[in-house]
Design a protein around this ligand. Structure first.
Ligand code: GDP
Length: 485
């Protein structure tokens, strides 16, 4: 633990360059100040303005958060149907969808939206997420109180959805602020055929959304990217993130701190298996049941990727060192490379482990292959399963290099937290049953927004934001997707 170090540099690092508030009790959340000592140094500076905005956010959350008179007052007005916009405190309520990676992407996005719009973010924590994350804001809580009335049953079809309100004439996009509003608005940001709905990221719509003091939001997407498409937010975003490709890296490290149970897994595994290695390589293999890449195809692609990019030493065909090479002198320390395989399936680990167990390496390095767990299938509804998933995301993020699977939000979160550009296994060409290029390095450490919003708004034609905005690109693994860099 770095808790006793007193040099200013160590203290700054412990607080991640000022991202973290020093005001927390350490024992209640061990990961908060300890994760930093296992990450590689961040490649991105934290802007002083971001730090200032976070401290301002925290103060406002304390002022308006659960347990305050202002919160009680705001809920009372919500219940009585009084939606008028002059409220002192404004809220965005985050409701979860499936998948931990998706949840973390949409939660960071919701927090960024709250930062930009002066809202307080409240998280509806289902039982399977209880204690998974520590509280991120000092002296208050981000958990939605259990008696909050609107927690479930929302979909694109809900009358409370902003797009349906527009359709039904309940609100108008050019409303000057005179008309009465419903008590809250639901913002549906779940992807539909890899698009978000139109009218969810247009400037005039955001002016209308701004008038609601209560917003309920559901999303499976990294819609933080889409906030950069709203001109009104651009100046603030520029000041907070001089390096655009650092949004998830900073906000993820700020918001997410594994609770003590998940952190216990991380520490035991890291200290027991990984800490002593000279180098750590993470390999994340995500096989989705609907598009199950056959084992042999995927395994071959992983080997091709690691061979082509020198990520793993070659094995010789015998257990003797290569080509009569003399054994290293007894005093030379053997270099140890730890390989962390993270997957729901165990066969990738089995085969890779077997390869390095049976054979010597040409370089003489020792390769130790580990897998922390292999649950078999996704179980978002199970708490212990989610704790293992979170622990494995963090373990991956402590790697020196990572190989990740295309399309996987689980992989995105791990490399973005690490601040490491991954080697991303290319999507399979199903016709050829092979990927032409085994893996590629994305332009930035940022996650991909798989489902961009149309920017048609009230114009006649959609346009491609990647063609107009210098800090946006299409994603390497998801051609229509967008990412910051
Ligand atoms: P995505 O489906 O790859 O985009 O990632 P998500 O995190 O959104 O959903 C996949 C879920 O499956 C995770 O949240 C875990 O619950 C589980 N899962 C997938 N891969 C792994 C893994 O390698 N280890 C563990 N422990 N769980 C995994």
């Amino acid at each position: 633990s770095s808790s006793s170090s007193s040099s200013p540099a160590a203290a700054a690092d412990r607080l991640l360059g000022g991202l973290l508030s020093p005001e927390f009790d350490e024992a209640s959340c061990l990961s908060r100040y300890e994760a930093s000592s296992r990450w590689k140094p961040s490649p991105f500076l934290v802007s002083p303005y971001l730090v200032e905005r976070l401290r301002r956010y925290e103060a406002n959350h304390r002022r308006c958060g659960p347990g305050t008179a202002r919160y009680r007052d705001a809920v009372a007005r919500l219940r009585s149907g009084d939606g008028d916009g002059d409220a002192e405190c404004r809220y965005v309520v985050w409701l979860p969808i499936q998948g931990l990676g998706n949840r973390m992407l949409s939660l960071v996005s919701t927090f960024l939206y709250a930062l930009l719009t002066g809202r307080v973010v409240l998280v509806h924590e289902p039982p399977e997420m209880e204690g998974l994350f520590c509280e991120p804001f000092p002296g208050t809580s981000w958990l939605l109180p259990p008696d909050f009335p609107y927690k479930g049953g929302f979909s694109a079809a809900s009358n409370e959805s902003y797009v349906n309100m527009l359709k039904n004439g309940v609100v108008r996009h050019d409303d000057d602020g005179g008309g009465a509003l419903p008590p809250y608005v639901y913002l549906h940001l779940e992807q539909i055929h890899l698009r978000l709905q139109n009218h969810t990221f247009c400037e005039e719509d955001h002016r209308v959304l701004d008038r609601f003091s209560w917003m309920v939001l559901r999303s499976d997407s990294y819609f933080a990217v889409a906030l950069f498409l709203v001109p009104a937010y651009r100046a603030e975003l520029d000041r907070m993130f001089p390096a655009k490709g650092s949004v998830f890296h900073h906000l993820g490290r700020y918001l997410f701190h594994p609770g003590n149970r998940a952190w216990g897994i991380v520490e035991r595994f890291y200290d027991g298996y990984l800490a002593g290695a000279d180098e750590r390589l993470g390999i994340q293999v995500r096989i989705v049941p609907q598009m199950a890449v056959p084992f042999d195809v995927m395994y071959e692609q992983i080997l091709r990727c690691t061979r082509e990019h020198g990520l793993l030493p070659q094995v010789t065909s015998t257990s003797e060192p290569a080509g009569g090479r003399p054994p290293p002198p007894p005093t030379a320390k053997t270099k140890v490379k730890a390989v962390l395989v993270v997957s729901l399936k165990r066969e990738y680990y089995d085969k890779l482990h077997g390869a390095y167990y049976t054979n010597a390496t040409a370089s003489g390095e020792a390769v130790a292959v580990y897998q922390p767990s292999h649950d078999g299938d996704q179980h978002t509804e199970a708490r212990a399963h989610n704790e293992r998933a979170l622990a494995e995301i963090y373990l991956l993020s402590f790697s020196d290099a990572v190989v990740t699977t295309a399309w996987s939000t689980f992989g995105y979160v791990a490399h973005a937290l690490a601040g490491v550009r991954p080697w991303q296994l290319a999507p399979l060409d199903w016709g050829k049953m092979r990927a032409d290029v085994a893996c590629a390095r994305p332009a930035s450490v940022e996650p991909c927004l798989h489902s961009p919003p149309p920017l048609v708004c009230r114009a006649r034609r959609d346009r491609d934001p990647a063609a107009h905005l210098p800090f946006l690109r299409h994603c390497e693994d998801v051609p229509a997707g967008l990412k910051l860099f």
